[in-house]
Design a protein around this ligand. Structure first.
Ligand SMILES: [Zn+2]
Length: 471
């Protein structure tokens, strides 16, 4: 199924070796990561920090020889946190550490808390009739076993809303007083207020519940204001206005409580590093590679939704979208690939891994929670590259979405490994003479999504999780 004939195979091998040499002898990716995180800061959606990161990435892209550079600006409704207080009123009086979750509305309320465990469908079913009027406390994440799926925050939140909860508390499962964050909505005020708790706060409330009802008081200040963000777009390879092309991308924004080194300064610099290396063999590339560094992923994929909408008529020619999100976790070589709606490509990428003498675990599974998703909805073959560190024993995102997602969690070698994998996969796809995937229609994809684990959500809310209201 994977095929490159004689001349092509020679050109591919030459390009691949050049690209590998380029990446493994450079500190560019790590230098860029350090600058984004330590100098520019959190790159929060719509902030000055995010804007300055866009200019920095644009300058780098120019310096690396990317062409057709564009800063694609789009408007959205920004959110800024204010003070928050979470107090236990009974059975004892005590303030508990918590932060507000992005897009929570301001709030002043009291209520009894109910612990829903993992916050999965069966948990809410078990507690049916007991949740209305209460404050739901849910475990933030899970590390599901093989074949299991754990719900995303937005799905747990939606179940709480449906059950009549008045507020939502989302407790980290990793110790260290790390309050966990994550947006509640895509650029609009969330339906009910939500807070992120460190594991220790969540455990404390659960222990109190052993002794009877626990009453909480929540005070949240937050503000909303129109702002804008910028997708950074460039291209390497031949100018080919009518032919096929590839897209690679990753988000450069992060949460306001973190510098987001792993999630996802790493992904942005990996994509940029792959592009830098590919630019050195641009004349050999059989098709262009579009490079998109997305803004506002953390607040509902706003950058990717906007790009995919603007490029709608163009996407028919897009052979594949390779998104890179949190792909430098732990030691080098932890990368994996998750296709979204294209199971026929699993054997293709397995074969590519064997040919590269660098096998990357690959599966197909529907996920609505990174920048590949708007492209999946449009029926474009796509995958997200991520990484898992099985040795860390951390649940879910680990350091991600906490203030501990700092530069020290990322090694230069893991950036090099992921950049090399990204560049090689793009090269292999560009050289492929018998590309095995076909685009799907939007209707066909919609049907697949409807019958997936997020199908209920789409039916209930009339849109995909994290789809902007106007999208
Ligand atoms: Zn991310």
């Amino acid at each position: 199924m994977v095929s490159e004939s004689g001349v092509n195979a020679t050109r591919l091998a030459r390009a691949e070796k050049a690209v590998l040499g380029e990446i493994w002898t450079s500190s560019a990716a790590y230098d860029n990561l350090v600058y984004l995180c330590d100098w520019l800061g959190n790159r929060w959606a719509g902030s000055d920090s995010e804007r300055r990161a866009a200019s920095y990435l644009m300058d780098r892209a120019r310096q690396y020889g990317l062409r057709n550079l564009e800063g694609q600006e789009f408007r959205h409704n920004g959110w800024t946190r204010g003070p928050v207080h979470l107090e236990v009123l009974a059975p004892v009086a005590r303030e508990v550490a918590a932060i507000s979750l992005p897009y929570t509305p301001p709030a002043d309320l009291e209520g009894e808390v109910i612990w829903v465990g993992q916050g999965e469908e069966e948990d809410f079913k078990r507690l049916e009739g007991q949740i209305a009027g209460k404050i739901v406390l849910s475990a933030a994440e899970a590390s599901p076993g093989a074949g299991q799926r754990s719900s995303h925050r937005r799905e747990k939140f939606a179940r709480a809303i449906d059950a009549g909860a008045v507020a939502f508390l989302f407790a980290n499962q990793n110790p260290g007083m790390m309050a966990i964050t994550g947006a509640l909505a895509a650029g609009f005020p969330a339906e009910i207020p939500g807070l992120g708790l460190p594991k220790e706060s969540g455990d404390y409330i659960v222990r109190l519940l052993d002794h009877g009802p626990v009453r909480l008081k929540i005070h949240v200040e937050a503000s909303f204001a129109p702002t804008s963000s910028v997708n950074v777009i460039g291209q390497v390879g031949p100018a080919s206005p009518d032919g096929p092309f590839l897209i690679t991308g990753g988000h450069y924004d992060a949460h306001d409580i973190a510098v987001g080194a792993l999630d996802n300064a790493a992904g942005a610099v990996i994509v940029l590093e792959a592009a830098r290396a590919l630019a050195t063999v641009a004349d050999d590339l059989p098709m262009p590679v579009r490079v998109i560094l997305f803004a506002c992923e953390e607040v509902g994929l706003l950058g990717a939704w906007y790009y995919a909408e603007q490029a709608r008529s163009d996407l028919d020619r897009c052979r594949f979208v390779l998104n890179v999100d949190s792909a430098a976790v732990g030691a080098p070589g932890n990368e994996n690939l998750t296709l979204c709606g294209f199971p026929e490509l699993v054997p293709y990428f397995q074969e590519v891994g064997r040919r590269m003498c660098y096998e990357v675990p690959v599966k197909d599974g529907l996920s609505a929670y990174s920048d590949h998703f708007p492209f999946a909805v449009a029926g474009v073959p796509n995958a997200s590259m991520g990484a898992r560190d099985e040795s860390s024993r951390l649940v879910g995102r680990g350091w991600g979405h906490t203030a501990a997602d700092t530069v020290d969690k990322v090694t230069p070698k893991s950036l090099q490994a992921s950049a090399a994998t990204t560049a090689r996969l793009l090269l292999r796809m560009a050289f492929e003479e018998n590309w095995p995937a076909r685009h799907r229609t939007r209707a066909d994809m919609a049907e697949t999504i409807a019958s997936s684990p997020i199908g209920w959500y789409v039916k209930r809310f009339g849109r995909y999780p994290f789809q902007p209201a106007e999208g």
